[in-house]
Design a protein around this ligand. Structure first.
Ligand SMILES: Cc1cc2nc3c(=O)[nH]c(=O)nc-3n(C[C@H](O)[C@H](O)[C@H](O)COP(=O)(O)O)c2cc1C
Length: 378
């Protein structure tokens, strides 16, 4: 039995396994390794400014002649032209109290403040600032990313957040296939109407930003909501059995993050890979303490401090201003107890750091085994 679906035809790949765009982790090395192994590698370019994104695309083309993609975020505020939230008190007024909370945390944990440029470099934004590009997380930043995606005629674009609708015509004119990640059916309908080519249904079980609906409930409901549009299942798909399950739920492919994080090629730090190997099904939590949006992350002293403290995290992007200095210092100090990183609930299935090609082969073989066992039960 060979895993082959419409997703293989759409993206011109051998197996319908797609590397999730993971900011800082899905680098040219990892994306090219997945594409070379027969899947589709997606660059996690959320934090890349235009210059760095172009350099990543060029580097990926040096490493593979196979199709690959780029994932960025398109927050709704981009269309509004402002990062101010729609209502309520300005988060800017709350910054002093939140900064004091972070300072106290750093003192308690013995973390030394890094100079601002080092903080930015440690968080992935530094290269762009070095080159005089737009300030991170501004409207200009997101728009400049999209111009590079269009100019470079990348084979696939994925919007990890928001609706790529305004860009679909220009992307299609270049032959770029367009995807969007959704966590609820109302959002699935919106992006389907925008004329995209495939949709990623990412459940609450998954690593990074997510909505409250679990993967098993979400995939079939998104499938029913979007008619004939191909769906990729995502969220805690970390071995062949879960790939098979996603296909049984109506997906025609999978978008896999955490399982590809524990690879030699992933762009995260060694102590973070170790945290994945040591983690279990109980190691993650949902926290707004890092970006301001609910995200699944490995539980840490930082997430715990916000759970136990009196302050609520600020909305995106203000919470990043609070968290970035702390997490940059913790990363520099290799503090797995403070900055272990985002991960999905499937991390208990990860037992060692391997090559991306080995992980992909296991996902495919395991899925084929699970599907043929299931077939024999009929
Ligand atoms: C370390 C990490 C970073 C992530 N960064 C992004 C990102 O920058 N953009 C995005 O669209 N999704 C991001 N995600 C979510 C993934 O694209 C994907 O939906 C998720 O990893 C799927 O769940 P899984 O990790 O359980 O496989 C991230 C996830 C992780 C684990």
């Amino acid at each position: 039995m060979a895993l082959h679906t419409r997703i293989c035809e759409l993206f011109e790949i051998q197996v319908p396994i797609v590397l999730a765009g993971m900011g800082g982790a899905s680098t040219p090395d990892l994306a090219a390794a997945v594409s070379n192994a027969g899947g589709l590698g997606i660059l996690g370019a959320a934090a890349c400014g235009p210059n760095q994104l172009r350099a990543w695309i060029v580097r990926t083309r040096e490493l593979t002649d196979k199709p690959f993609g780029v994932d960025t975020l398109l927050p709704a505020s981009v269309r509004r032209g402002s990062l101010e939230p729609r209502k309520g008190p300005s988060p800017l007024d709350q910054l002093p109290a939140h900064k004091a909370f972070a300072k106290e945390f750093m003192e308690r944990e013995g973390l030394a403040d890094l100079p601002p440029m080092d903080q930015a470099r440690q968080s992935g934004f530094g290269n762009e600032l070095d080159r005089g590009g737009p300030a991170p997380l501004t409207k200009e930043f997101f728009e400049a990313q999209m111009e590079v995606v269009i100019e470079e005629r990348v084979p696939v674009y994925a919007a990890g957040l928001g609706n790529p609708g305004p860009y679909v015509d220009r992307l299609h004119a270049n032959g770029t296939k367009v995807m969007a990640v959704v966590g609820q059916t109302y959002h699935a309908r919106q992006v389907a109407e925008a004329g995209i080519d495939a949709i990623v249904a990412q459940g609450h079980d998954g690593g990074g930003h997510n909505a409250p609906v679990g993967t098993m409930a979400l995939i079939p409901q998104v499938k029913d909501a979007v008619g004939d549009l191909p769906v990729l299942g995502a969220g805690a798909i970390a071995d062949g059995r879960s790939v098979a399950a996603a296909l049984m739920l109506g997906a025609e492919g999978v978008w896999v993050g955490t399982a590809f994080l524990a690879t030699h090629e992933a762009g995260i730090l060694d102590f973070q890979k170790q945290a994945l190997v040591e983690g279990s099904d109980a190691s993650t939590t949902i926290s707004r303490s890092i970006t301001g949006k609910p995200a699944r992350v490995i539980r840490s002293k930082w997430t715990q401090a916000w759970e136990e403290g009196d302050l609520a995290p600020l909305p995106m992007p203000y919470q990043s201003m609070i968290a970035m200095p702390v997490l940059a210092a913790a990363m520099r100090a290799a503090r797995g107890d403070v900055a272990p990183g985002f991960a999905g609930q499937g991390l208990g299935l990860i037992r060692q750091v391997r090559s991306a090609a080995e992980v992909l082969e296991d996902l495919v073989k395991g899925a084929e085994r699970a599907l043929s066992t299931g077939a024999s039960l009929c």
